[in-house]
Design a protein around this ligand. Structure first.
Ligand code: SF4
Length: 447
């Protein structure tokens, strides 16, 4: 019989974890960490004093690779026993050349191999008291929001991107599985689900939209069906990495009805037809400005966030001017912009002449200035309105949160003054009194 007062005889093996890269990599990290925790490993934030370090790397851009290599270097220095996984693991020779002493290298989504490598280097200790793990798994995000990964890989072949080579073709999860995970998260207190993948709008294409069971009914693995089902969970549901395919129109009414958040993260990357063609972007031929106008007619407070690349090989002055003009008309709310970086192995590098660095720099500044004015204008429209705000960090008189228009990490914040202290994860109604360049400021008027 188990003695509840019995303490483990020896300390649990301790693993320190570094998670680099995008939210998709973070979800991979959460899976690995959940599995290890379930097997009785203890997690630590400190390399020193841990028995082993796992570094989940990002290999998207050369700068990300450099950051990953630096993280491996410090883990080796501070601890000495290091296992590497993630996108950079798809090209293990780069890691072993720099750090031959790394214990094991596994690629993206190879959860089993990482765990096997950990078992080899640091066998698990079996103890029923340590094997307990919360049913929603271990989240690396704060408790009130969580990323929900609906598929792995990507069927597109954007010429600047090596992700399909690193992560393979699209593999969608059955809709029932996704919904069960979402439900567990909500039961555990998650108030906001951030739907992620490489191409959310392509969800289910690879499995021919196969149905699976959820709450005793068939649910198709289809973008619109999954969005509607998630909308039934009565939490905030935010869609990331959506491409403007025609079927995306179908989710806009769900946003207007507030079943899911009126927020779309669409990485447009450019607007000039020639550049888009060379980029081989999905849904690039769709008339996006007209679509955006129609979406806003149906859902006037729709927030659009996007990212762009300037200085793509062969981008002319005319292409860039076209982009600025498009930006003005599209009036997107939140925008990120990157200067093109020739990622090793990306087809784009050989498509046309590289844009000189000083031209890239100049275009980036002009782009950011133009968008800054648009974003500020869009944000000012909120002054005087009431917004629902989810609290991310609570302060004695002013707390920091986000409105429906702000995704964590990438968008702005709302600073909320309040008569009573607010709790993290609480959603308050806030009267917006002021806007600055990126953020809003207001007072809580309803709880
Ligand atoms: S959609 Fe394009 S940029 Fe995104 S992962 Fe797929 S190939 Fe890469």
């Amino acid at each position: 019989m188990l003695d509840p007062d019995k303490k483990p005889d020896t300390a649990a093996p301790k693993v320190s974890f570094v998670s680099l890269g995008c939210p998709k990599a973070l979800v991979d990290s959460e899976r690995i960490v959940t599995r290890l925790r379930a097997e009785g490993y203890e997690l630590s934030r400190e390399h020193a004093g841990s028995d082993l370090v796992i570094v989940n790397t990002c290999g998207f851009l050369d700068s990300a690779k450099a950051e990953s290599l630096a993280a491996i270097g410090s883990a080796l220095k501070e601890n000495g026993k290091v296992i590497v996984t993630g996108c950079m693991g798809a090209e293990p020779e780069n890691i072993s050349a720099a750090y031959p002493q790394v214990l094991a290298i596994t690629g993206p989504q190879q959860y089993e191999s990482v765990v096997d490598a950990v078992h080899k280097a640091l066998p698990p200790m079996h103890d029923p008291f340590l094997d307990l793990v919360p049913p929603e798994g271990i989240k690396l995000t704060p408790r009130h929001y969580a990323y929900l990964k609906i598929s792995e890989g990507c069927d597109n072949r954007c010429s600047f991107c090596i992700i399909p080579r690193l992560r393979g073709d699209l593999v969608s999860r059955p809709a029932g599985d996704v919904m069960r995970e979402a439900e567990k998260l909500v039961t555990a207190g998650v108030k906001e689900l951030l739907v992620i993948s490489q191409d959310t709008s392509a969800y289910g294409v690879d499995i021919k939209y196969a149905s699976s069971q959820w709450r005793g009914k068939d649910l198709r693995a289809k973008f619109i069906d999954l969005s509607a089902a998630l909308g039934e969970l009565r939490v905030w549901v935010r869609l990331h990495y959506v491409y403007p395919y025609p079927h995306v129109d179908e989710v806009i009414p769900l946003m207007a009805e507030r079943k899911i958040l009126p927020y779309l993260d669409i990485p447009f990357q450019h607007a000039a037809p020639d550049v888009l063609k060379r980029m081989k972007r999905p849904a690039a031929q769709e008339k996006t400005l007209e679509r955006i106008a129609r979406w806003r007619e149906i859902c006037p407070d729709l927030t659009l966030r996007s990212t762009f690349i300037v200085g793509f090989p062969g981008e002319t002055d005319a292409d860039f001017d076209y982009l600025l003009q498009w930006l003005e008309e599209a009036a997107l709310d939140r925008v990120g912009c990157f200067k093109y970086e020739p990622v090793r192995g990306a087809a784009a590098n050989d498509l046309a002449a590289a844009v000189p660095d000083d031209v890239k720099e100049d275009r980036w500044h002009r782009f950011m200035q133009a968008q800054q004015k648009i974003s500020t204008r869009r944000l000012k429209r909120k002054v005087g309105t009431r917004q629902q705000v989810i609290i991310d960090s609570a302060g004695p008189t002013v707390s920091k949160g986000r409105s429906m228009a702000d995704a964590p990490e990438i968008d702005g914040a709302v600073y909320v003054a309040s008569r009573r202290p607010l709790r993290v994860g609480e959603i308050a109604t806030v009267k917006i009194e002021r806007a600055d360049e990126y953020d809003l400021h207001g007072t809580a008027v309803g709880f």
